[in-house]
Write a protein that binds this ligand. Structure first.
Ligand code: SF4
Length: 243
């Protein structure tokens, strides 16, 4: 929580998960992010609806192996072509869906994944209020790994699960909190034990980690201006080595 508070103080709320179709409404900006400073929980709860759940689930798949800028282009295509609807995603030919999401890369695979996930969410009534998919069942779906499943559960359903990606491993590894050999499950256990069970903290924390990995803790880290340098093993060791 100490690291979380430092990152939050440094960067402010990140306004995740962006929902393009809700841009400029419910406290969101023109890219669908919550505007910093608004009471996020109120707006988050007000925005929980079928289309939001679908768009977050779609975004979680589209963002695999690509940047969010490319995902935005693909989502823009889906919204503009009126394809952001579970029944339409299931009905249209897979190659047509693939063409719409082409900017996100791996579009043939991702179109197949979208159809499988959409079918699962529709059959299980998971677009309806209060129904939450089971993590194990999500993981059984083709193309859904732990990071994608946890992103969907955390951001679309408000389940407090820590999303662990390469940035998480890099930053916590350098801080000396995690070891590079630890599995997803082991890392999740450590983080879930240490953090408040508050889904808003989990949502914000993951977004802050992504921000920090892009701003300072890059592949080649920019440590001198980093707010975490006092507690960072990597930085301390580099200092020992340097001086
Ligand atoms: S001090 Fe350097 S290595 Fe440590 S968290 Fe900051 S940027 Fe990353």
């Amino acid at each position: 929580m100490q690291i979380y508070n430092k990152l939050l103080e440094e960067y402010g709320p990140q306004g995740w998960w962006p929902v393009y179709s809700l841009r400029n409404t419910l406290g969101r900006d023109d890219r669908g992010y919550f505007v910093s400073g608004v009471f996020i929980e109120t707006n988050y709860r007000a925005s929980l609806r079928k289309s939001t759940i679908l768009e977050i689930a779609v975004g979680a798949i589209l963002t695999q192996n690509t940047s969010w800028i490319n995902v935005e282009k693909a989502i823009d295509n889906l919204v503009k072509d009126n394809l952001m609807d579970p029944n339409i995603i299931l009905k249209i030919p897979q190659d047509e869906l693939a063409n719409a999401i082409r900017p996100s890369g791996y579009y043939n695979q991702k179109a197949k994944k979208l159809k499988i996930l959409t079918r699962y969410l529709l059959d299980g009534n998971f677009y309806e209020d209060g129904n939450i998919p089971n993590r194990e069942n999500l993981l059984e779906l083709w193309g859904i790994g732990e990071e994608t499943a946890d992103s969907i559960l955390l951001y679309a359903y408000g389940v407090p699960l820590f999303v662990i990606d390469e940035y998480t491993r890099r930053i916590f590894g350098r801080l000396g909190i995690l070891e590079s050999t630890q599995s997803y499950k082991e890392i999740a256990e450590v983080l879930n034990r240490e953090l408040e069970k508050d889904f808003i903290v989990y949502q914000e924390y993951h977004a802050l980690i992504v921000k920090h990995a892009k701003e300072h803790c890059r592949t080649k880290p920019d440590c001198l201006k980093c707010v975490l340098r006092e507690e960072c093993s990597f930085f301390q060791n580099v200092q020992v080595y340097t001086y």
